[in-house]
Design a binder for this molecule. Structure first.
Ligand SMILES: O=P(O)(O)OC[C@H]1O[C@](O)(CO)[C@@H](O)[C@@H]1O
Length: 242
């Protein structure tokens, strides 16, 4: 059963999330973080930058692994997840960029890139994996399906996901059709998971993921099998929880 935390005030959402991440790094300066992109963790990263600037936490020895990256998008494209991470976090803290890992969506052999990413992951246990959830229950880019791939793999994005993410592109036609994503096996291997969920439009899917059946049709529901999951909800996303 996940530890569900519901916050009333929006600003507290980001502060609580940042407190969880920063406390870990303060006690374990060599922590390995699994990081997520999307709109949800932007406030968390903003708070972490603040805490770092106040001299309260250093990321100098931290390693990070991101969940996913679009296939075929140049690394320096404004909507690439590498650009997202650099702009929203890495460029503003003392992390060594060489210790940050995002799958290379530009690799000519994407399957080989997936194997390489898995090899790196197998050498590093993720201490804390930050996650968001898609409207269809996806985590990373692991879309609902009859079966799920546990390892890093190339995924064809569902139309619904491309539509949701088109806000970062000039038009939906520019959203790549495919992405590389860490698999659910790698996600589940993290020692601790912090699932961040905001907004009324996520209320039903997060309720289903936490209290509904464990099914590959809602990849986030597999997190019910993990022993150390914190689900952080804002008031709107948590409206179906008592
Ligand atoms: O936080 P958002 O923008 O709603 O995105 C939710 C999820 O969708 C993804 O961006 C992938 O579409 C995930 O990386 C993220 O956790």
């Amino acid at each position: 059963m996940a530890n569900v935390i519901k916050v009333t005030h929006e600003e507290d959402f980001h502060k609580v999330a940042a407190h969880i991440v920063a406390s870990l790094v303060q006690t374990s300066p060599r922590a390995v973080l699994g990081l997520a992109t999307g709109g949800t963790p932007v406030g968390l990263y903003r708070e972490l930058i603040q805490i770092h600037k106040q001299g309260l936490v250093s990321f100098a020895k931290v390693k990070s692994y991101n969940l996913d990256e679009y296939a075929g998008l140049p690394t320096d494209h404004p909507a690439s997840y590498r650009t997202f991470m650099n702009e929203h976090l890495f460029n503003h803290i003392d992390i060594n960029l060489e210790n940050t890992h995002v799958p290379d969506g530009q690799a000519t052999d994407l399957d080989a890139e997936c194997r390489l990413y898995d090899e790196m992951l197998s050498e590093a246990v993720i201490d804390l994996q930050v996650l968001g959830i898609g409207h269809n229950g996806h985590i990373g880019f692991n879309e609902p399906d009859d079966s799920l791939n546990p390892a890093t793999h190339v995924v064809t994005l569902l139309e619904q996901t491309r539509e949701a993410n088109s806000r970062y592109f000039d038009s939906i036609d520019e959203v790549p059709a495919q992405a590389i994503t860490m698999g659910v096996g790698s996600i589940m291997k993290a020692r601790q998971i912090l699932l961040l969920v905001r907004g009324a439009d996520k209320a039903e899917i997060i309720h289903r993921a936490v209290t509904g059946p464990i099914t590959t049709q809602c990849p986030a529901s597999l997190l019910q099998l993990h022993s150390n999951v914190t689900v952080l909800l804002d008031a709107e996303a948590g409206r179906l929880f008592q």
